[in-house]
Design a protein around this ligand. Structure first.
Ligand SMILES: O=C(O)C(=O)Cc1ccccc1
Length: 268
């Protein structure tokens, strides 16, 4: 099963993808991963969704709302960042924007004058640091190679730093089985109490929500799509009942069932 994830080799997404497949290919954009799976070019994609320090990877949420794919699995991995460079003489630190943000406190304290450069992924930052001694990278310590050294380990601002990734597949692989479900709701309307009404069907059936995120719809300012994860499978009658009510409330918009799946914790 060929799986596309964020590259080059050595990213955290790559580490998560090894839980899904042995045949892994890389690209440097989350949107491209979702598009490639929607178009049938790859069987699976693995993308980061949410980090415990920095929150959502908004590009991933927007791509899931836009393209027709299924979420088939959730993979949670601990994230431990290291600072890699030729030596201490670097002037720039290159990494994924989320990694730079997860280490903000450490960087402010130890390297207040260093320039930060956001690149497509942590492993892309490692490539930049390999090529240029004036650049350091923040990445998993296993990326140490060539003339690079690990200058510091565990530099994230909280010791508990975890990221949730999802494995996606073609819409035809959407499953109703599993302990969790992801949906996206676009009500395309706006009135007092709308969000409360959209959530009541879950509360009334004792379905626990595990995540609620609003994203701009892109249609007009103040218009939103809602990403909702909950702890029940699509196969359950209570889920079907809740979704029927929500679909009626969102009759001017749409409700997208991304799929039901199980969670896996990968320690690496
Ligand atoms: O750039 C990577 O390595 C990624 O997979 C994205 C990312 C960045 C920081 C924490 C978790 C995932």
């Amino acid at each position: 099963m060929q799986t596309l994830t964020l590259g080059p080799s050595g990213t955290y997404s790559h580490r998560a993808a090894t839980a899904v497949s042995e045949d892994i290919a890389f690209t440097e954009s989350v949107t491209k991963i979702v598009q490639a799976v929607a178009n049938g070019e790859y069987d699976r994609g693995v993308i980061p969704i949410e980090n415990s320090i920095e929150g959502s990877v908004t590009e991933s949420l927007d791509a899931l709302a836009e393209y027709d794919v299924a979420v088939v699995r959730e993979i949670i991995t601990p994230i431990r960042h290291a600072l890699l460079a030729h030596d201490q003489s670097f002037e720039t630190i290159a990494s994924h924007a989320q990694a730079l943000a997860q280490c903000r406190g450490y960087l402010d304290e130890h390297y207040p004058d260093v320039e930060l450069e956001a690149v497509a992924s942590t492993a892309r930052g490692v490539q930049r640091a390999l090529d240029d001694p004036s650049i350091a990278a923040i990445a998993h310590p296993d990326n140490v190679q060539g003339d690079l050294q690990v200058l510091a380990e565990d530099i994230q601002d909280q010791t508990s730093n975890a990221t949730r990734f999802v494995a996606i597949g073609p819409a035809s692989d959407r499953s109703e089985a599993g302990g969790k479900t992801s949906i996206v709701i676009y009500p395309n309307s706006d009135y007092p109490g709308l969000l409360l009404k959209l959530l009541e069907p879950f509360a009334e059936r004792d379905i626990n929500l595990s995540r609620l995120e609003s994203r701009p719809s892109g249609e007009r300012l103040g218009d939103y799509v809602f990403h909702v994860d909950f702890q029940a499978g699509l196969y359950e009658d209570r889920t079907q009942g809740a979704l029927a009510e929500i679909e009626a409330l969102a009759e001017d918009g749409w409700v997208k069932r991304l799929g039901s799946y199980d969670t896996e914790h990968v320690v690496s």
